[in-house]
Ligand binder design. Structure first.
Ligand code: ADP
Ligand code: MG
Length: 351
């Protein structure tokens, strides 16, 4: 939290705070008819070629985030980004957002400025208008609830239940890095807590060479660029979701909802160099991290076999396997050719 200056929220009051944080906002989308300032925001999605997408997430301090190592600006950015990612995961375009917060007395006006700076940066990067929210008090800590609204072309929203039995399974980016970033932060927090130190001396955690992992944990990026690439390539995925809980768990969701089995090849799972180094340092199996780690916010999607030649041309997309008949089960094919059943491991329960 901000150390430099501290203005109590009570000095501005709830209305003063909202006004202070949102006064310079100008809506960017034609579907935003009226934004902050009345009992409701007013949206116009009447163009008959659109479907409206709505997603909500709730984040609780101590359960979903730890303010000892997450700066409020990053927290704002990530909270907004995970909602934006859900809209992309439906093959949509994010347009509006509401942000509700419950604040304890620990939080100052400056803290909220940082938090909103993060939210607004994420919104600006993805063309989203902040159109409302609610502000209330909490006895302990911070609670955040964000709703994102977007649009999809009529009939073009992509669900989890549309995968066919021979479809190709694809993922964007790489996996496991956000989880390794969390391990790194937790490790340095433990070092901090167990080393005697003077409160006035800055603590210098050892993050050298691991900046990418931290970025993936603290500042995830929703893959709107992949959605755009897919559209430009004329590929309509048959199923899609964003990877928030780990590849294994998400694949199981898609298979269950689509009534398919799957085979995923271990050697094809994309892993960044820093993720592999960190896993080795921690004596963890890097593929287990990539399969179960969570919070990568990459896209997992399936395409028909006939799109093979198109999909292999896409930048930053890897083909990792294929769907099968449901009775064949859900498998990881290891590097040595063994078939291992995919399991949704519970590692994410403390994320
Ligand atoms: P109401 O009494 O109808 O709930 P509020 O006084 O809570 O209205 O809110 C007034 C306006 O400020 C509304 O447009 C609301 O959406 C907006 N607002 C309130 N809290 C927030 C917030 N945390 N972030 C963004 N907008 C907010
Ligand atoms: Mg209100």
């Amino acid at each position: 939290m901000s150390q430099a200056k501290r203005t109590e929220i009570s000095e501005l009051g709830e209305f003063g705070l909202i006004d202070h944080l949102t006064k310079d906002l100008k809506p960017q989308n034609s579907s935003t008819l009226y934004s902050i300032g009345d009992d409701c925001a007013v949206l116009d999605y009447s163009g008959n070629d659109k479907e409206v997408l709505v997603t909500t997430d709730m984040l609780m301090e101590g359960v979903h985030f730890d303010l000892t190592y997450v700066p409020l600006k990053h927290l704002g950015y990530k909270s907004a980004m995970v909602n934006i990612s859900d809209i992309y995961a439906m093959n949509g375009t994010p347009r509006q957002m509401t942000v509700s917060v419950a604040l304890s007395k620990r939080f100052s006006v400056e803290d909220m400025e940082d938090f909103y700076a993060g939210i607004l940066l994420a919104c600006q990067r993805h063309g989203v208008d902040l159109v409302g929210g609610d502000t209330t008090s909490s006895l302990t800590g911070l609670a955040i609830s964000i709703t994102c609204i977007g649009e999809a072309e009529k009939g073009k929203a992509v669900y989890r239940n549309g995968a066919g039995q021979n479809d190709l399974i694809c993922v964007s980016g790489n996996l496991g890095a956000a989880y390794m970033g969390l391990q790194l932060l937790e490790r340095e927090k433990a070092v901090f807590n167990s080393t005697p130190h003077n409160a006035n001396e800055p603590f210098n955690p050892d993050f050298a060479g691991k900046e990418y992992l931290l970025e993936r944990q603290l500042k995830p990026e929703a893959r709107g660029d992949i959605i755009k690439e897919l559209r430009e390539a004329g590929i309509q995925p048959t199923s899609m979701m964003d990877i928030s809980d780990g590849l294994s768990s998400e694949l199981i969701h898609i298979c269950k909802q689509s009534n398919t089995g799957c085979s995923v090849y271990q050697e094809r799972i994309p892993i960044d160099y820093q993720t592999a180094v960190m896993a080795e340092e921690l004596n963890m199996d890097v593929y287990t991290c990539a399969l179960n780690g969570g919070e990568d916010y990459e896209l997992l999607f399936t395409v028909p076999l006939t799109d093979h030649d198109k999909v292999i041309q896409l930048k930053d997309v890897k083909l990792i396997g294929h769907m099968t008949r449901p009775e064949l089960g859900r498998h990881l094919v290891t590097k040595s050719g063994q078939e291992v059943e995919l399991k949704a491991q519970g590692w994410t329960s403390n994320l």
